[in-house]
Design a protein around this ligand. Structure first.
Ligand SMILES: *Cc1c(COP(=O)(O)O)cnc(C)c1O
Length: 394
């Protein structure tokens, strides 16, 4: 079974993914089963996507009900699920309007277009630089890739889209210089850099960045593709810092397993797009939107308290454990520095029946937000054993 899947993957699929040697067949909640029937506990959620795990009944019902009504209409017509989801997103963030897309990269593409258009409308040509951070990750399409401050992702795909200025995270002086030396229209950042290594921005830095934006009419784009939708213990990570972004981009967990993304626009940007100035065929697809509505309705303060508690539990368990150098993160977005290379730990963890991710120099955990405590305990115990095992073999 595995041989034919792996052989055909190698033969027919473009070789961009360094896959674990597993193919899943089914699952329920935080438990997955591979094609041989082996059980795994999921601490990865399909990279922060399956926030209510696999085969969640409530989400499935919302999706299937919509599927039974109509699967797609195009954006030439009004859509009840799409409109309802937009209303919920605006009401819960205080933002004004939403543009729906299908992925995180597209949400950021839309944000890039929106901020440039705002600046063009108000200041004319030329004020179009966007500050992003070193080690950031904003997606793989050409605009989002250009925004991504990791030169290794750019190699061979140049020229990048112009107008991006990369600055080191948590260095306020460098940020001020970047603002001074460029005609900036926006700044885009992740509060915790996910793909870039689970790097936390300091509260001081975030507040200084927001202040600089305010003073200079620079638009603040919060890339909440990974940190959003309850992941860090609040609906969106910016809510930890009492700021008001001008744009929130999100995707991943919003659809709980179906592709949907949103670019959520604040007061300054609410009218920036005009008829025909932007569009998407699939954006806000009714089935994905119906699923997302059910997701949003379950992202409650009660759940956020649970997310925070589970995150603290993971960190407390791992701090000082054998083979663990440090632990960081917020809510159910956790990074672990290990003595052994993170890729080795992740590989061994899969063998031991726990799914984890890596992010540069760290092992990264993004469990389903509703993972039951007893399942989480079992997974953390297995992970501790795995890390200890890997450090012993160094
Ligand atoms: C995953 C991610 C993206 C890209 O999302 P896709 O859906 O893969 O296009 C963008 N920004 C951040 C912060 C991400 O984690």
């Amino acid at each position: 079974m595995y041989l034919s899947i792996i052989e055909n993957d190698r033969k027919y699929i473009a070789e961009t993914y360094n896959r674990f040697q597993v193919a899943f067949e089914k699952g329920k909640g935080s438990l997955l089963y591979d094609v041989d029937g082996k059980r795994y506990i999921d601490l990865a959620s399909g990279v922060a996507v399956n926030i209510f795990g696999v085969g969640d009944d409530e989400w499935k019902k919302a999706v299937i009900d919509q599927l039974n009504n109509i699967q797609h209409t195009s954006n030439l017509y009004y859509s009840k699920p799409q409109t309802e989801l937009a209303r919920i997103l605006c009401e819960r963030t205080g933002m004004k309007k939403v543009f729906f897309v299908n992925t995180g990269a597209e949400a950021n593409e839309t944000a890039i277009k929106a901020v440039r258009k705002y600046s063009y409308n108000k200041y004319g040509e030329g004020r179009n630089a966007i500050i992003t951070l070193e080690n950031s990750f904003h997606g793989r399409t050409m605009g989002a890739l250009s925004a991504t401050g990791q030169p290794n992702y750019h190699v061979g795909f140049g020229p990048m889209l112009g107008g991006f200025v990369y600055t080191p995270a948590n260095d306020i002086e460098k940020l001020k210089e970047a603002v001074k030396n460029n005609k900036c229209c926006a700044m885009m950042l992740e509060f915790i850099q996910g793909e870039g290594g689970l790097n936390m921005l300091t509260e001081e830095y975030i507040k200084a960045a927001a202040q600089l934006c305010k003073e200079n009419d620079i638009l603040f784009i919060a890339d909440e593709v990974q940190t959003g939708n309850g992941r860090t213990g609040k609906l969106y990570a910016y809510m930890h810092y009492g700021l008001e972004p001008d744009v929130i981009t999100t995707a991943k967990g919003l659809g709980a397993g179906l592709p949907i993304g949103a670019t959520i626009l604040g007061e300054k940007l609410k009218d920036v797009f005009t008829l025909g100035s932007h569009g998407s065929t699939f954006g806000g697809n009714p089935v994905c939107a119906a699923g997302a509505i059910s997701v949003m309705n379950r992202l409650t303060d009660e759940l956020f308290a649970e997310v925070t508690e589970k995150g603290e539990f993971i960190k407390n368990e791992l701090k000082g454990a054998k083979g663990v150098k440090s632990v960081c993160g917020m809510g159910l977005m956790v990074g672990i520095e290990t003595d052994a290379p993170p890729a080795d730990v992740a590989k061994k963890a899969v063998e031991n029946g726990v799914l984890v991710l890596t992010a540069k120099t760290k092992v990264r955990l993004l469990p389903p937000l509703n993972i039951p405590f007893d399942v989480l305990k079992e997974a953390v115990e297995l992970l501790k054993q795995t890390i200890a095992e890997c450090s012993q073999n160094l």
